[in-house]
Unconditional design. Structure first.
Lengths: 101, 721
């Protein structure tokens, strides 16, 4: 039986990895990937808690929601990146530091 | 009779509306304007006559109508400030209304003839309508304030009508003189009103009477340590108004100059009504005069005026000037009447004088109109050319001279009789009695001198005589004179021929004047506090009470013995008056008809006296050359100099300099402190803070994220530990 602490540990590692990716990487797509990692960490947390604490399906449903949200978010994010690339010919995050042009 | 808006208000409003309409109509349709004015005043006459008849029917002393409405009310809590206007009709008002409207109607009718070839024919009627309306308003007023308003309105009309022939040299100055001289009195009158308002809290006559009765006027003003009794100050101030309006010594100088106006206006304004309004005011305020112990002063002012003006009239050659001085003199008699406390005789003289003096002025107007000349030395023998005018003037001269059976005898004799009674009781009044009787002698003399010079003897200027128009009877030329001259008979006023009650006519209604008109006795003033008044409205809300008919009191409220004595003195006075009147007439007869006494001898023997008379006792000289030229003008120059050299230079310019300096300081402050320091400083400080803060907002999303993580992390850690 895998303990709750293991789940939370994995989730924590995933979350920290996501944070590190978001802070360190300059590639926008990589940052989106980091966001995915953070979302997955939280989804894992929901699933773990609902198994060990609650026992009903609410956490699972929440995890499903998170997956869907993540999919939608990455789709929108990729769209923005494509448009940004068309505009700047770059996907470097520091090129997106101005509010206009 | 109901006393409502529709029966009382037209008396004042008809002439006023005529005035308003005629202001617009006078230029375009002159004849319509004349007709409207005349009909309007006739309408007033009818209303006034109804009121008079009602008062004669009731025939009670205390009968009065007092209707009030609130003009404005500024009361706030405890502080009462409510100004009432209203009408007060008692026997005196009713008689006065009848006199004013009747005389005014006849004078309007006369004016349609006298003024018809004047280029400003209609404008004359505009002023006359306004004047009549104001005079009637004054008579109806129940309080001093509205009286003062109408008083000033009359002053304005008088001013306009004196200056009516403004192209004539001196007319403008005369009108200004009249206006400014009466102003001296009016300022005091206003002061008197303010004192009454201060003491009583109302200017209504009834309230003032009640306040006097309650002793509210008993205190004194403290002016620079001198205690002035309030009653005396108030009475003197109000009486100064009378002196100004009624041309009493020493501010009588305007009335002779007022003769620059058209003759009918002199008849109405400067003989019959406006100058009598001053006396009417003093009669209304009689309890105040009494409370202020001012009666002796009033009597002496009247006596000096009556005698002094009569002496000046002796040597006047202008027919209107004689009448002007005789008006001043007769007003002096009315004032004597107030001063010696013969209330109803004074009022009676006001009425009788209004009638015969209006008639005299109209007769003079008729003479002037027919020969186009006012100088008596150029007249003479006009009796044949102007028979009707002569008849009217003869009756009026009898009346004013005090010939028995005529109105002037009835009223003037009562005043003189009362003066004599008072002089016997109180020796300080001897001067009044002597001046009064002396003035009566002079009056008889100068009036008949005027009559003889105008109508008797041989024509002195044949050119003028031959060109004089023959007089024919005409409804608007001499019928008004004849009507007025009929009313110079004494029986209309006293009910008895002599005014002494000997030969009675009208049965029980004999002596209606002294029966109905009673002075407000000092001991009865308290009951005025209970005089009821009603709202002025469309319906009459009075309770109909039957009042007991007034009875003629043989003893006039005195005990049998005293009354007998007073009657005897009155008889003595009457005999003296008759002797004096006839000797005056006889002197005039000897001098100007029989020519057995040479007027030239008198003129040479009393040359100095004559010079003083010719210069009107140097009053004009005193006022114009001494007071105005020597006193007021230098004072004026001094003030002007002070104004331009000190006030302008230092205060006004100094203020400007100070202002500019202050403005410079303010500008420096504004530029440097406010603008540069505070306004710009705000911007600069915002910009400086911005320089620091903008480094945070770099646009680098990862930096934001780090901040977010750090903040969240530190938050969570803070919670945790």
């Amino acid at each position: 039986m895998i303990s709750l602490g293991a789940y939370l540990g994995i989730s924590f590692i995933l979350f920290i990895c996501g944070i590190m990716v978001m802070i360190a990487r300059k590639n926008i797509i990589a940052i989106l990937l980091g966001i995915e990692l953070i979302l997955n960490a939280s989804a894992l947390n929901f699933a773990a808690y609902t198994k060990f604490v609650n026992g009903n399906l609410e956490g699972h449903i929440m995890a499903l929601f998170i997956i869907i949200t993540a999919a939608a978010e990455s789709a929108v994010g990729l769209g923005i990146v494509i448009r940004f690339f068309q505009l700047r010919e770059s996907i470097h995050i520091d090129d997106a530091s101005t509010l206009q042009n | 009779m109901d006393y409502t808006i529709s029966t009382v208000a037209p008396i004042v409003l008809l002439p006023f509306f005529a005035f308003v309409i005629n202001v617009f109509l006078a230029k375009r349709v002159p004849l319509a304007a004349v007709a409207i004015s005349t009909l309007a005043i006739f309408g007033s006459f009818i209303c006034a006559f109804r009121i008079f008849l009602d008062f004669q029917n009731v025939y009670a002393v205390g009968y009065h109508i007092h209707k009030v409405f609130t003009w404005f009310d500024l009361s706030a809590g405890e502080h009462l400030f409510k100004v009432n206007m209203g009408i007060y009709i008692d026997n005196m008002t009713a008689v006065m209304l009848l006199m004013v409207t009747a005389v005014a109607t006849l004078i309007h009718v006369f004016s349609t003839w006298y003024m018809h070839d004047d280029e400003r024919f209609a404008r004359f009627f505009v002023y006359m309508s306004l004047f009549t309306s104001a005079m009637l308003g004054l008579v109806l007023s129940d309080n001093l304030l509205s009286m003062f308003i109408f008083w000033e309105l009359m002053g304005f009309c008088s001013y306009s009508l004196i200056g009516f022939y403004y192209e004539k040299e001196g007319a403008g100055n005369a009108s200004m003189k009249a206006f400014m001289t009466t102003r001296v009195g009016d300022v005091f009158f206003l002061l008197g009103i303010l004192i009454c308002w201060m003491i009583v809290g109302s200017t209504t006559f009834v309230d003032i009477y009640a306040a006097i009765g309650a002793g509210k006027f008993a205190g004194s003003f403290n002016v620079f340590g001198i205690a002035l009794p309030i009653a005396t100050v108030a009475a003197f101030s109000v009486f100064m108004g009378t002196m100004g309006k009624s041309a009493q010594f020493p501010i009588h100088v305007w009335l002779p100059d007022a003769m620059f106006g058209p003759t009918p206006c002199s008849a109405l304004i400067h003989a019959a009504t406006m100058v009598a309004a001053g006396v009417y005011l003093s009669l209304r305020m009689f309890p105040l005069m009494e409370a202020g112990h001012l009666l002796t002063f009033i009597a002496y002012i009247g006596a000096i005026t009556a005698f002094g003006a009569a002496t000046i009239a002796l040597i006047q050659t202008d027919i209107k000037a004689v009448l002007a001085y005789s008006t001043i003199s007769q007003l002096g008699y009315m004032v004597i009447g107030i001063g010696v406390g013969s209330y109803n005789a004074s009022f009676m003289h006001l009425i009788t004088h209004a009638v015969f003096k209006a008639c005299l002025f109209l007769s003079a107007g008729s003479v002037i109109h027919s020969i186009h000349c006012q100088e008596m030395p150029q007249m003479g023998g006009l009796r044949k050319k102007l028979p009707y005018t002569f008849f009217a003037m003869l009756l009026c001269c009898f009346a004013i001279a005090g010939v028995p059976f005529f109105s002037g005898f009835v009223s003037k004799d009562r005043i003189l009789g009362d003066a004599l009674v008072l002089a016997l009781e109180n020796p300080s009044y001897w001067g009044v009695a002597i001046l009064g009787f002396g003035g009566a002698l002079l009056t008889a003399f100068y009036m008949f001198r005027m009559l003889f010079l105008t109508f008797f003897g041989e024509p002195r200027d044949h050119h003028i005589y031959d060109h004089a128009h023959e007089e024919h009877i005409g409804w608007n030329s001499n019928v008004p004179l004849l009507i007025l001259s009929v009313f110079t008979l004494g029986l209309f006023y006293s009910g008895s021929f002599t005014g002494q009650g000997e030969i009675n006519l009208f049965g029980s209604k004999n002596e209606w004047f002294s029966t109905l008109i009673h002075k407000p006795e000092a001991s009865h003033l308290e009951h005025f506090a209970h005089y009821e008044h009603e709202d002025f409205g469309a319906t009459d809300t009075r309770d109909k009470v039957e009042l007991p008919k007034a009875q003629y009191d043989e003893n006039h409220g005195m005990d049998e013995h005293h009354a007998h004595w007073v009657h005897q003195i009155h008889h003595l006075g009457a005999i003296l008056s008759i002797l004096i009147a006839f000797s005056g007439i006889f002197m005039a007869y000897l001098m100007y008809i029989k020519k057995s006494v040479n007027p030239g001898w008198w003129a040479e023997t009393f040359a100095g006296w004559r010079r003083a008379l010719q210069n009107k006792y140097y009053f004009d000289d005193l006022y114009i050359n001494k007071i105005i030229q020597k006193g007021l003008l230098p004072f004026n120059d001094m003030l002007a100099k002070f104004d331009s050299q000190y006030y302008d230079k230092y205060v006004v310019d100094g203020t400007a300099v100070l202002n500019r300096w202050a403005f410079n300081v303010a500008r420096w402050f504004d530029n440097n402190i406010i603008d540069s320091g505070m306004v710009d400083g705000t911007g600069a400080s915002v910009r400086a803070v911005n320089l620091i803060l903008r480094t945070i907002q770099s646009g680098k999303i990862q930096l934001y994220f780090i901040v977010l993580i750090v903040v969240l992390g530190s938050y969570i850690l803070t919670l945790r530990f």
